[in-house]
Design a protein around this ligand. Structure first.
Ligand code: BDP
Length: 695
């Protein structure tokens, strides 16, 4: 469990980030509420046990005195928690919970004999646990408690983490150490850290976790691994978190010894039914599977001439018998298909709409290509009328600077979630979803995420999956208050809000995309043109040459996948927003933008601005010295220094590369890149982290 420091003014003691946003520091006197007892008549019930123990620890730490747990309101300044069924006092209040779903919570302040009594309730005990975390968050962040009834209900049923963790504990695209699942020691030893992981997730409303990599290893379905998964599931269950696994489509061959994995083969179908039944015998509330099929070398139904729907339905039928769901990824593309890579997911899945079983959910990345720093939303959102969709975002920052760069992703996800599916239409992308899944950035590092600021992205995933209209700024403000204290929240939020745009500027302005180095994806590689597949090469994406730059997605037909309205706006360079210009259009280098600058001049200006934004963030952070504990302050300062160096690397490598194509001089007033293009091309990082498809 977390080590709680109860000492006064402990905020400046060295902190290592382990406590995440649940630091529960002593509150200033003016913010302390009077609570001398927690009333919880069934303190051993699942969820209520976790709720009251979190409240007790959190309140004692924040209020500075001990708080009793009892089953009756004796002194009248208490906090009463539970459901109407489990708590007489709450039953007597007759709170009408019918309008809320079973994960919702209600906070009800009442006054008895002139003293305030706080009530946290819900239809289900899980709602009470969510309410407990909300209550603690409210106090911790220095916000007043509401004076009247307040309730909150999650917008989506599925609020998930997707770990890309391998069975050998390496983490694909992981920058925070090893996997937190210690498969080798499981099931006999479960690291207590998993309980803190569960607390952290429950505190932000995450209710499911996929333990393994989408590039799946069939072995996780072997009987002994099911026991290991069961041990994790048992540990997470009290916090309302279900466990899911990735299923390798060819598992019937690899594990079952069958000759085929053809979804229409009765033996294959039976194998999946038996396997699923075996899992549910051990884990009665197992969530289901995620499948990456026929993508980047993964096996799938198309190996047997079957469609994604035929493949998905076969596994979904097995899961349906037990109440499980199947999340089938839409991240598919093939360089043998002579179509823009960005168009392929839609082409593949739109015709299958209506052909999936009801327990299949199509999992769609937020953008049509691949988690790039900026893309438009995927045209599949709003296009699947009969199939539920899950938005997949990448919390780990594969394309936004790994663990060292400050890039708050709340703004990026908000941009996708809040996009109207039809221009000026009422429906937004967020209205078309059943849930949100985030590719985890969690690992064995003491601070969980590899950097303190990356914790904010985990936090934002949970908060936006609970309430996608909350707003990235509000989420950042909550997180900053909880993590660094209310006094510094304002400047911290201001850095966070600008951070993602800075990364866009120094890696690929004006809608450029997919320009990173090969394999590990660390650093710039816009010149790369020699990979085995055309649609992996940066030159495929930017299409730069002597005359111009950008991908003509009008000519390619991709734009047609979007609703009318968007087609018109995005269809012409003059009306396309400049931040997506080169995503949709190929324009001459001399094309003039609103600023009066040419595309080339604007690109140089933006690369340069990206670097200077990081310098500004560094300066702003430096001013917070002494206001944040020295240990976290120092690490962040050093990471920002790395970020500035690497932002400059991106700028200084990209500019001479573009010049090698366009032959244009550097616009006046801009610094000449530090080294030659050849120098940047020769940079070689064989051991950059996160690059693993094995295990
Ligand atoms: C890409 C990653 C790769 C993943 C793939 C996916 O580079 O490691 O396997 O996404 O989402 O961005 O399947």
């Amino acid at each position: 469990m977390l080590m709680l420091t109860v000492a006064a003014s402990s905020s400046l003691l060295a902190e290592d980030g382990y406590e995440l946003w649940m630091r529960y520091r002593l509150l200033p006197k003016s913010k302390r509420v009077a609570i001398s007892q927690i009333v919880c008549p069934n303190p051993t019930d699942r969820h209520l046990k976790e709720a009251h123990s979190e409240l007790k620890t959190g309140l004692e730490s924040m209020l500075g005195y001990s708080v009793k747990v009892g089953d009756k309101l004796t002194k009248q300044d208490g906090l009463v928690i539970g459901t109407a069924l489990s708590n007489e006092f709450i039953a007597g209040l007759n709170v009408d919970l019918r309008p809320f779903n079973d994960e919702a919570f209600v906070y009800l302040p009442t006054t008895i004999n002139g003293k305030r009594v706080h009530v946290i309730t819900g239809q289900d005990q899980l709602g009470v646990l969510y309410g407990a975390f909300w209550f603690l968050r409210q106090l911790q962040s220095g916000k007043p408690l509401p004076n009247k009834r307040y309730y909150s209900a999650p917008r989506y049923k599925l609020r998930l983490l997707n770990h890309w963790d391998n069975l050998n504990r390496s983490v694909e695209r992981g920058y925070a150490g090893q996997s937190i699942w210690d498969w080798h020691k499981l099931p006999d030893y479960v690291d207590p850290r998993i309980i803190d992981y569960a607390r952290a997730n429950a505190s932000i409303g995450i209710n499911g976790t996929v333990l393994t990599n989408v590039n799946a290893n069939a072995m996780v379905l072997r009987a002994d691994y099911i026991q290991k998964t069961k041990a994790v599931a048992d540990t997470l269950r009290p916090y309302g978190i279900k466990v899911y696994l990735t299923a390798r489509f060819s598992a019937p061959i690899e594990l079952g010894g069958l000759k085929t994995a053809d979804p229409l083969d009765p033996q294959v179908q039976q194998w999946w039914k038996d396997k699923v039944a075996e899992i549910y015998r051990e884990i009665h509330d197992f969530g289901g599977f995620v499948v990456k099929a026929n993508s980047e070398g993964q096996p799938g139904p198309q190996n047997y001439g079957r469609s994604h729907a035929e493949g998905a339905n076969m596994i979904a039928d097995a899961l349906a018998l037990e109440g499980g769901i199947l999340m089938w990824r839409a991240f598919v593309y093939d360089d043998k298909t002579p179509v823009d890579r960005a168009a392929q997911a839609y082409n593949e899945f739109k015709p299958l709409d209506g052909k999936f079983r009801s327990n299949v959910i199509v999992q769609v990345k937020n953008g049509p290509i691949d988690f790039q720093p900026r893309e438009p939303f995927s045209p599949l959102f709003g296009a699947l009328d009969k199939t539920p969709a899950l938005m997949e975002v990448q919390v780990t920052k594969e394309y936004l600077g790994f663990a060292t760069h400050l890039a708050y992703l709340g703004t990026m996800w908000q941009e996708a979630l809040a996009s109207p599916t039809r221009l000026r239409g009422k429906e937004k992308v967020l209205d078309t979803l059943t849930g949100i899944a985030g590719v985890s950035n969690i690992g064995s590092d003491r601070n969980w995420c590899g950097s303190h600021f990356d914790q904010a992205n985990w936090y934002a995933l949970g908060r936006l999956a609970w309430e996608p209209t909350l707003g990235a700024t509000k989420v950042a403000d909550e997180w900053a208050r909880l993590t660094f204290g209310t006094a510094v929240a304002k400047p911290v939020v201001s850095m966070m809000i600008r951070s993602r745009e800075a990364v866009v500027d120094y890696t690929g302005p004006l809608g450029l995309t997919h320009l990173m180095a090969t394999g590990h994806h660390y650093g710039p590689g816009p010149w790369v043109d020699n990979l085995g597949r055309a649609d992996w090469n940066p030159v495929y994406f930017h299409r730069g040459d002597r005359d111009g730059i950008g991908f003509d997605r009008v000519g390619a037909g991709t734009l047609k996948q979007y609703a009318p309205g968007w087609r018109e706006i995005w269809g012409k360079p003059e009306t396309a927003p400049e931040n997506l210009l080169l995503w949709f259009h190929h324009v001459p280098w001399s094309y003039r933008l609103l600023s009066g600058k040419t595309v080339w001049e604007e690109m140089v200006a933006r690369y340069t601005h990206g670097v200077s934004e990081v310098a500004t963030m560094r300066a702003e952070w430096a001013k917070l010295k002494g206001k944040i504990d020295a240990s976290r302050h120092l690490q962040i300062s050093e990471f920002l220094k790395i970020q500035e160096k690497e932002a400059k690397w991106w700028r200084d490598a990209s500019i001479p590369y573009w010049q090698s194509l366009n032959g244009l001089p550097l616009p006046k007033g801009f610094d000449v890149p530090e080294h030659s293009l050849d120098y940047y091309k020769s940079i070689f990082h064989p051991y950059a982290p996160g690059n693993t498809h094995t295990g």
